[in-house]
Design a protein around this ligand. Sequence first.
Ligand code: URA
Length: 238
Amino acid sequence: MRLDKFLSVTKTATRSESSKLIKAGKVTVNGVTANKGDMQIDPERDKITFCGSDVIYKRFIYVMLNKPEGYVSATEDGREKTVLDLLPEPLSRMELFPCGRLDKNTLGLMILTNDGEGAHRVLSPKHHVPKLYRFKTCSPLTDKDVKKLEGGTDIGGYVTKPCKITLDDDGGVIELTEGKYHQIKRMAESVGNKITYLERISFGGVMLDKNLGRGDWRYLTPDEEEKIFGKRELSGKE
Ligand code: URA
């Protein structure tokens, strides 16, 4: 990758600023001051500094967001606030998108990324990625309801895959490995009930960070990235 492109993809500078900064001697490659924007570098192996600080290259970005109520899971919406409105400036320019959808009034764990292939893999029904939701219903679910829901219930022309439900005093937790439109709400309706609260608390084995307030975000840790998206080989060809 060209050095000036590297500086622009890492949002260190725009492409035109990059050339000026390089000419001004502000950029080093492996300890040597660079002098040409078209110099080829390997973003995953070479050490680049700008004004003395390391420039970190991340091919893909993975963010955990604690979604509040009232935001839609989209990148743009003419009328509604989107989950991307919750991210600060540099991140909102990184072409992130929600990895899966939560309804406008559903809360909790949402993953955002710019890794299209990774997201496609994780969301594919073939991969059975588990997702846990805490729910409350209008009236308590009975053992008979739970049996029906766990075994697969008709939500209007589609019979859901087996799932796991644990009830508690407050409602319960349901683990799904698929994600049909309004699935949990329609499952509750199939046993004559109604969801009054829905929060996703885990995605692909990664729990919603308890230290994240509603509307707050943080990057996934490398372990969390690997848990959800799998191990990534470094190609050095980007
Ligand atoms: N099921 C629903 O009904 N809504 C969601 O947001 C997620 C799962």
